[in-house]
Structure formats: C-alpha cells, structure tokens
Design a binder for this molecule. Sequence first.
Ligand SMILES: [Zn+2]
Length: 282
Amino acid sequence: MIEPISGGALRLGDARVDLLDGGAFRLDGGAMFRVVPRALWAPLLPPDDQNRVTLAMRPLLVRTGGRTVLLDAGIGPERRDARFAERVALAAGPPLEDQLAALGVAPDQVDLVVLTHLHFDHAGGLVRADGRPRFPRARVVVQRDELDDAAADCPLCRASYVQDDWAPLTDLLAPVAGDAEVAPGVRVVRTGGHTRGHQVVRVDGGGATLAFWGDLVPTAAHLRPHWVMGFDLYPVEAFERKRDLLGPAVDAGWAHVLYHEPAVALGRVVAAGRGQRLEAFA
Ligand SMILES: [Zn+2]
C-alpha cells in the first residue's frame, strides 16, 4: 500500500521516501522533444523567449531496511561556472545538507547513492565546492558501462559529463553490471536509451512499488513512449525500454518520480484527455 505522508513523502510498507528540491534549470525545448513539433509540446511545457523549457531536479531520499539511500544528487549549483549558470538559467534549490538535516539525516549517514547516469545534472551534487565527497561514507552505484563512457571522453557525449563530478569519488564508486538489488527492496534496472549505461531504480515495500525514472521519463510530457529526447544517445532503445517498462508499471498503480518534471514530480499516472499526467497523492 502507498501511504502519503505529505506533499513530497510516501511510505511503502517499512520504506519511506522523501522528494528533495534540487533546483531548476532551462534547456532548449526542441532538444527535449527531438522530432516532436513545438506546436505539440509547447502547451505541455511552455518555452521562454529563448525557446527554453524549465526542468526541475528532484533527488529522492529512500530509507528502508536500516539503510539510507539517495537516488541522484542534483546539479551541484555551487560548482557550476557563472557563464554556464546564466546560459541555463540555473536556479539553486536549498542546500542538500539542509534538506537532509530537516529529515534527520547527516551527510555521513547516507549509506548509498544510486545514480541513474553520470550527467552533470544528476551527479553534480556528489562533490562539494572544496572538491570533497558530500556523502563521505556513501557507496555510489552506477552501471559499469556508464562509468566507462563518462571516462572515455567520446565526442558526442562529452558535453554532458563533467569529470570533476565523479572523479573525486574513486574509492566510493561501486559499479554494477545489469540489474541488481543494491539495498533491501531497492533495485536498479539497466535501461540504456538516454545513455548506454542508464539505469532506473525500483523501490518495493509493503506490497507497493515506486519507480524513479531518471532520464528515461524526464517529465510528464515524456510519458508518451515515442516522445524521446534529442539528448538521448540511443533513441530507439529509449522508446522501446520506456514502452516495455512504463505501461505495466502504470497499469499496476506504481508511484512514479519524474526527475525533471517542474510541476508534480511524485505521484501516480492517470489518464488525461488523449494522454496521461502525473497526479500528486492526496
Ligand atoms: Zn537529466
């Protein structure tokens, strides 16, 4: 059973999840929707005068089975240079430390960080402004292929990986290959699509399930399987994996977290006209 605690928190049996505020930034709307015409996506995610759409970043804290797990880590706004911050209209959220403290969690109490992938807007928050790991005890779970690609400096993916986001974590990095249970009731499912080693996270508790979709389903507008991003390095795979994983998860009434969704980021998926939307739990 899914038991809402307040706007941004749920209980799934013994597991508790809390949505965090990682701030927001803006990216080109066309790039977010690949071949979908602007006339179709603009009503769902209205662009600004530079054709940029607002994207939130929503890390999730999961406490289950005596383990404290963070899913994705935000952009690390304090480490981004001013020109970049202006180009993407970066708006920092409250410091992650403060948000975790309000939930009774100190940085050294985080046991595990699971990253959907290593792009700067998901991994950037793992390293502090002084270059030290923000969560000094946390093992960082990422797919082995993702780590290899991030380190390879490939021409087409270079812009989205910032070596300083993860290189200082050397001893903490705990790569996995394929699907794995990484904490009691917390599983990674390798999807590829957005990047070769992209993974999503599934949390089970009390007979209920929550899915953390990373960039496989970045916003509610991307619930349509064929609405994939120009940023997806493997768009056909992104479409196929989304089609195969999302449909059954929606039918089964799972809770969903859409990392970049600027409005409702945690909820259940309900029908809306000819499409679907994410509806907050009451
Ligand atoms: Zn992203």
